[in-house]
Design a protein around this ligand. Sequence first.
Ligand code: SF4
Ligand code: SF4
Length: 723
Amino acid sequence: MTVVAFAVAGRRIWWLYRLVRTGQPASGRLDGIGERVRAELSEVFGQRKLLKWSVPGLAHFFTFWGFLVLGATILEAYGALFAEDFAIPLIGHARWLGFLEDFFALAVLVALVTFAVIRVRQAPARRQRASRFYGSHTGAAWVILGLIAAVVVTLLLYRGAQVNTGNFPYGRSKWAFASYGVSKLFSGLSVGVNQVIETVFILGQIGVILAFLVVVVYSKHLHIGLAPVNVVTKRTPDALGPLLPMESGGKPIDFEDPGEDDIFGRGKVEDFTWKGMLDFATCTECGRCQDQCPAWNTGKPLSPKLVIMDLRDHLFAKAPYLLGAAPEAKAATGIDEAGQGEETHGHVPESGFGRVPGAGPAQAERPLVGTLAEGGVIDPDVLWSCTTCGACVEQCPVDIEHVDHILDMRRFQVLVESSFPSEAGVMLRNLESKGNPWGGNPAARDEWTQGLGFDVRRVEGEIPADVDYLFWVGCAGAYDDRAKKTTRAVATLLKTAGVEFAILGSGETCTGDPARRLGNEFVFQMLGQANVETLNGTFGETAAKKIVTTCPHCLNTLANEYPQLGGNYDVIHHTQLLDRLVSEGRLTPVQPIDELVTYHDPCYLGRHNKVYTPPREVLASVPSLRTTEMHRCRERGFCCGAGGARMWMEEKIGKRINVERTDEALGTDASIISTACPFCITMLSDAVTAKQQSGEARAEVEVLDVSQILLRSLQPATTADGE
Ligand code: SF4
Ligand code: SF4
């Protein structure tokens, strides 16, 4: 029985190994091994990400550790087949081991009940899209829960009988308290009957474990084996971070002279790297990503979970072609690749995979991204709904990199197919011709400085030694009327605090972030290289290349992505600098502001760069200002809807994301909605204005940058906002 089960499971594991090996090379996945070991310890053994959801997290924690500890009981069960009083050498009679085994056996049972309750309460049949399990294989999950329960029950039954037959490695010790308790159930039976119970349930337990082994490798519970590998090979230092450069065959593409065979993005499932394929196979279908996704939560067809599941099922169904076998030799593919079972997500309308079931030639020939009529695995509406907010990556307990995969598919669509929402084309043309997405006059970049009441220094040539910070204004800060108020407020505050700063004026162009998030790496490279050349020339040999910016998207690109182009700078967000200036006493808010404020975390400041506290500290420094949090805040903050170049696309499906977020902010009863990103300001202001016009929001509600509030507290109201 054992040999057969291992052979069946081994065949599947070998098949998976060969399939993942067909992926493109992925560079640097074992660099910085110390950090990887730390990630493994904290995320796999410490279950750090799972514990963010306390109840299911704790249940999973005990199940995971139960698996490890109860490994000893599997040895004991096999040993008992050969010697009825078998004990593990050296530690086999230690009472603490008996206690641990029993404790985790019971803990796993409690965890299973918890999982069952969660699954009933979250039943997708009843809650539909509101359930995080919507689209998951719920039937398989129940089978696994049943098998684990059977493992624990058979374990306790044979151990209880062993206590009575005298074969129990821990004797009649009450340390193995659960086994001792079960033994009382059988104490009225003869030794012979207890021996029968012992034998039957030892064999029963081994049978269940072997069945579990086979079911696991053929189901979504593959993650039990794959998650540790996926975590150790994840992006470091964090799954969020810079978008990776475009690589083909494991090498960065030279956009000035691309190779003839270079693959631009992912146009077929086999274009993904082995790490991408490992991601697909590792998904546990837990739905934490789906639950947090702003697109999914506002009625759009994008669910990060379904994207990963669809890619996985398509990969598995196409495997015979990738492995060079005939289509009919598809025996070991596994997870409902035909999408035909009652419980499969093939019945979920948002899933593109189910459009072409089976592993026939049509599966191999279908487009990776395409409409229903085209039989696409991923629908264009799914692909273009993503705001790249990173909530999915932040939540995923097995470190799947959804945003990278979505962006890689966008890259192919834009660079090879020239297929993207037409509205975004205007933005791209403006970037190429004017260096900013709004199409503003490049010479007007510093018009925001007019009427400030002091001169703003412009850098010409190398930056003077007495300048503390280069102020990177950004396109929104230079051209958008609402964002210009933030720019002026920050300039005024820096001037007040005695910080020497200077701007590039018309020497600045867009960082290229919107082009990159749209998938147009070519335009990003063009703009990025120009900016890096300018900045490197500006800083010259200066050791401290310090930049302050009000835009989290500029911050992310300058700090995290320009190193890919040879630009290394010390970049700080204005809220971080203002927080420091307040704590050093260089800015002292004195004017009381008797209002209630709620702070909205911009995704590219919070999740992408982990700046959560400084803006809150600045608000806390303002006299009389009261603060309240929305229920989705900090790591779980909800996007405003503008990231991922969505700022320049129409939002045609479902509820508008900015309206959803504004509803949440208004629900706190705050009179000020504060944030720290020009895009968030625009999105939230638009929604508040619309709600005020329709009478759904109080007229006095304002959307303000943190800096504007601080400035109000420094100055009499008449000179607020840097005006
Ligand atoms: S990045 Fe945000 S919008 Fe995109 S799939 Fe993930 S959670 Fe959804
Ligand atoms: S991608 Fe991650 S968070 Fe989403 S369902 Fe799969 S395992 Fe869960």
